[in-house]
Design a protein around this ligand. Structure first.
Ligand code: FCX
Length: 440
């Protein structure tokens, strides 16, 4: 079987030709228009970015290289063997996102070994991580850890050595795999420093990327390994316009190397309207339970509805609900719910999450603002982690950050391989828009 690099080496000229032909045949066709509302409203729905690794449909949800989540679960290799006996591995989704092809089990195993070889952290990065205050948010620590590793960038070195632009992809490939490999030990170190007095644990490289990561975190159960595989696969990519992917793509478009580019993505992920929502959801549920336990009242449809209105009336959002593009229940939510039915059907918090799912769309519809009253990915992930005793929810977004690199950096690889340009959309002032519209 071909290795990942061999596969990509064959694909690059074909893809470059395809893009050249697309521009020649259709370069001046119109893909859409931009209204004043869209310009003011954060560019929702404006079609202005090339993104190969995944595509989001408002009703159906995400497809990774054309495959839905259930199709990926059926087709991609798992850790134990051929598909069908567990969750697919992050190595498998990385291969799929980079190449568009379903890898064999042997190809995935080769990629696992390659990632382990690339995972060492420079001493100055571990020293920096160990010196950070435990009170610093784990996402800030995570971002700093990756930033410190930028000294290892092959792309930055190749660029300063004067590499020809047709060869950018080679050092980008090295950086993309290096960053993904290093994120697991950086994330584990942040976790052990913050919650376990800096006592570090060894991984187990006889396992896959996920299980090795779990061992470094201090988690040692097949159930949690499976959850981590599901988690790292489904958070990997959500087309290009979401803030973390877009930030990575934007920073990378300046020919900043993949380390710097993904630090940009992580910092976007750290916002509560994006990745931090998974921490917020758990916090919201804990507050809800604390309130009603103290009042001696049961957590049920009625009390959850009451608590939801308190949140909304306080001018806050319900974390884990709504989406900028989706208009139905997120399939990333649905597959986590199925995981819960399979592995933890009687879990108390899962039942709370499921009751929230029953009432919240009605509450948000009555509230009348949200374009999408249904749950997104962040609504479910925390309760699954909590079930296995992984309860430090301020840390949850770091796991999202380990995963999102797989998609965002796969696209950065293609950005460089296809020679995509500096991103620079046009901005306008209020005065300009007013004058322009009044003249029409
Ligand atoms: N609770 C309360 N109000 C909400 C809401 C929610 N969950 N979702 C949207 N709204 C409000 C918006 O705040 C906005 O109010 P405004 O007019 O006063 O500014 C109005 O409804 C219209 O917003 P809408 O068009 O539906 O949504 P946007 O595209 O502007 O924003 C996000 C999308 C995801 C940011 C929004 O739904 C939200 O804040 N959700 C809660 C946070 C969350 O779960 N984020 C994670 C999303 C995602 F899956 C991820 O990236 O990880």
């Amino acid at each position: 079987d071909a290795t990942l690099k061999e596969t990509l080496t064959v694909q690059i000229p074909q893809k470059q030709e395809e893009l050249k032909q697309l521009k020649a045949d259709h370069g001046s066709k119109v893909l859409g228009e931009v209204t004043v509302d869209q310009c003011i409203g954060g560019g929702r729905g404006v079609r202005c970015m090339l993104w190969e690794t995944s595509l989001l449909d408002a009703a159906e949800g995400i497809r990774f290289r054309g495959y839905t989540i259930p199709e990926c679960q059926e087709l991609l290799p798992t850790f134990k063997g051929p598909a069908g006996d567990g969750e697919p591995t992050p190595e498998a989704i990385l291969w799929l996102l980079l190449t568009g092809e379903i890898p064999t089990k042997e190809q995935c195993d080769g990629l696992t070994a390659e990632l382990f070889e690339r995972s060492a952290l420079p001493a100055h990065a571990t020293q920096l991580l160990d010196s950070l205050p435990k009170t610093m948010h784990p996402m800030t620590q995570f971002s700093l850890g990756l930033q410190a590793c930028q000294t290892e960038s092959n792309f930055a070195k190749a660029y300063s050595d004067g590499v020809h632009k047709t060869k950018y992809w080679e050092s980008t490939y090295e950086d993309v795999l290096d960053v993904i490999a290093k994120l697991a030990p950086i994330a584990a170190r942040v976790y052990r420093n913050t919650y376990f007095n800096g006592e570090q644990l060894k991984g187990d490289t006889s396992l896959d990327y996920s299980a090795n990561f779990c061992r470094m975190l201090g988690m040692d159960s097949p159930g949690f390994d499976e959850l981590m595989r599901l988690y790292l696969v489904i958070h990997s990519d959500h087309e290009g316009g979401n803030a973390s992917a877009h930030a990575t793509h934007l920073v990378g478009s300046t020919l900043s190397d993949p380390y710097n580019a993904y630090v940009g993505g992580l910092n976007a992920l750290a916002g509560p309207l994006h990745g931090l929502a998974n921490q917020e959801v758990l916090g919201w549920i804990q507050d809800l339970k604390a309130k009603f336990d103290a009042e001696g009242r049961e957590v049920n449809e009625k009390t959850i509805t009451e608590f939801a209105w308190e949140t909304l009336n306080a001018g806050k959002v319900i974390p884990g609900f709504g989406h900028a593009v989706l208009r139905k229940t997120d399939p990333r939510y649905t597959c986590q719910r199925e995981f819960a039915f399979k592995h933890l059907p009687d879990d108390e918090l899962f039942k709370v999450v499921d009751t929230i799912y029953k009432v919240m769309p009605g509450v948000l519809t009555e509230h009348g603002k949200t374009a999408n009253p249904y749950p997104n990915v962040d609504s479910h992930s925390g309760v699954l982690l909590w079930h296995y005793g992984f309860t430090q929810y301020e840390y949850y977004t770091v796991l999202f950050g380990v995963s999102r690199a797989i998609g965002a950096l796969s696209q950065v690889f293609w950005d460089r391989a296809l020679g995509l340009p500096l991103e620079r959309p046009k901005s306008l002032t209020t005065g300009f828009i007013k004058d322009f519209c009044e003249k029409q």
